[in-house]
Write a protein that binds this ligand. Structure first.
Ligand SMILES: *Cc1c(COP(=O)(O)O)cnc(C)c1O
Length: 474
């Protein structure tokens, strides 16, 4: 009989087991390992085999594996596991059952079908920098910028890789070597360690902090304005909220400050709402509001509430946009044809008033709660009952996420599963294909179906059943 897990092996058994470990060459000759050559390079396979042998060796030393019999099947299985882990590291579709609509780790806004089509249409050769009427060179992204300017009610627009890039570019192009005035209440970390004071430093401007964390008055701005001032920036609190004893001037008040003509008011809006969300009960100022209030430049992300691809959008007055566009950094931050294609399509959807019909983000927000509940009930009905696992439907709250609308809660429903171990079930769901991302508490796995499209339900259903079966076997 072979010895198993908890019993420590005797020194002699361990030594003999270690002598029995097959050579790497022997593993490389196994049929299932030879098959890997179809898809993977030899050095990579060799690396996996060495790693698998080392793992089994360690298990022997730890007394965790039988010391008798052949180790070949165990090592081959370990190699398959390593190959699977490796392939999971590539980008792949994910079913988002977290209920977080803009999940930065899951790629933020899902794109409209039209945007995806447009991206694939231009994936090969396209007139990226060519005017087909004249045959002359044209400006990259000119069409997308026209649409964005029209949408925002701005003179002009510029697009870069993300909103962080737009902040750095704008500050550098407009206020390098000078002071930029900002309220202490807005000196935030946006996420991923992106802290505004460091952004200012990277952009080569001097931070001129004014006011206090909770209260900044117009007179604080007035006192700070001087010959060294390069710009006034207002940063939207898009990833946290403050309430209570709080004051800060709004954009209109800042614009009315007496200031030299070369000191613009910059509104860093972050989440960038362009189609009003009031129909779903969300009150949030729009990009259009900010420009109407007189902001010289507005910055926002393409993949937050705009519902498009990752990019940073800068809209505003001609003279300022021209300065930004001509800055040498622009060349380093410019977007590619795929982003621009998705952006054109998304802007067109907003312009035609079809956001609630065509943008997945808007559709998810507008899905009536009864529909989400019915989805949950239909899904639960398809999962076979099992005495050891309680499965039910519960009310929950979806979040916007992605550093947008921090205080806003969207009522929703979730399928909740109470397995032996929520940790194990969540892991198996995550490791299935397509991967399923759920919310996990100590005793439950929650699948919020507001963020799961109708057409993903079949796939979700089989992933859940499969994972439950595996979880019970583990
Ligand atoms: C999210 C956010 C950013 C950063 O946007 P990215 O597109 O992620 O670079 C900048 N400013 C504000 C106010 C934000 O909310």
């Amino acid at each position: 009989m072979s010895q198993t897990s908890s019993t420590p092996n005797s020194g002699a058994e361990r030594d003999s087991a270690l002598r029995n470990l097959p050579a790497v060459d022997e593993i490389l000759r196994q049929p299932s390992i030879l098959e890997l050559n179809e898809l993977h390079s030899h050095p990579k396979i060799l690396g996996w085999v060495r790693q698998a042998v080392a793992r089994v060796r360690q298990s022997i030393l730890d007394g965790q594996v039988p010391t008798a019999g052949s180790f070949v099947p165990t090592i081959v299985d370990t190699v398959s596991e390593l190959v699977r882990d490796d392939s999971r590291r590539g980008l792949q579709p994910v079913i988002n059952a977290t209920g977080i609509l803009l999940h930065t780790n899951l790629g933020r806004a899902p794109l409209a079908a039209k945007a995806v089509r447009h991206m694939s249409q231009v994936a090969n050769y396209t007139n990226l920098e060519l005017d087909l009427s004249s045959g002359k060179r044209s400006r990259r992204g000119a069409r997308a910028c026209e649409l964005l300017a029209e949408l925002a009610g701005a003179d002009d627009a510029v697009v870069v890789n993300n909103c962080a890039a737009s902040t750095i570019l704008v500050l550098q192009a407009i206020a390098a070597g000078r002071e930029v005035i900002i309220s202490r209440g807005q000196l935030v970390e946006i996420g991923g360690g992106f802290r505004l004071p460091e952004v200012f430093e990277a952009a080569g401007v001097t931070l001129r902090e004014i006011g206090t964390t909770n209260r900044t008055y117009l007179r604080d701005y007035e006192h700070a304005l001087g010959e060294h001032t390069g710009a006034i920036i207002r940063v939207h609190r898009s990833n946290f909220s403050q309430s209570g004893f709080v004051t800060e001037p709004d954009t209109r008040e800042l614009v009315c400050l007496k200031r030299p003509s070369d000191v613009p008011v910059i509104d860093d809006l972050g989440s960038g709402l362009v189609t009003d969300l009031r129909p779903v009960g969300i009150h949030e100022p729009t990009v259009q509001d900010s420009l109407r209030a007189g902001a010289d430049l507005c910055l926002f992300s393409g993949d937050k509430l705009f519902g498009g691809p990752q990019c940073g959008i800068i809209v505003g007055k001609t003279a300022w946009i021209e300065r930004v566009r001509k800055h040498p950094l622009m060349r380093a931050l410019r977007t590619d044809k795929l982003t621009l294609a998705a952006l054109e399509a998304t802007a067109e959807i907003h312009l035609s008033g079809k956001a609630f019909d065509e943008l997945p983000l808007y559709k998810m927000l507008a899905t009536p709660i009864e529909v989400v509940r019915a989805r949950c009930e239909a899904l639960v009905a398809r999962i076979p009952a099992h005495k050891a696992t309680r499965i039910g439907v519960e009310a929950c709250v979806s979040q916007i996420g992605g550093g947008s609308l921090p205080g806003v809660e969207v009522p929703s429903f979730a399928v909740c599963i109470a397995p032996d171990s929520s940790e194990v079930l969540a892991r198996l769901l995550r490791q299935s294909a397509p991967a399923v991302l759920a919310r996990q508490s100590e005793s439950q796995v929650l699948l919020d179906l507001r963020t799961v499209a109708e057409e993903q339900l079949d796939s979700l259903d089989s992933r859940i059943r499969d994972s439950l079966e595996r979880a019970r076997a583990e």
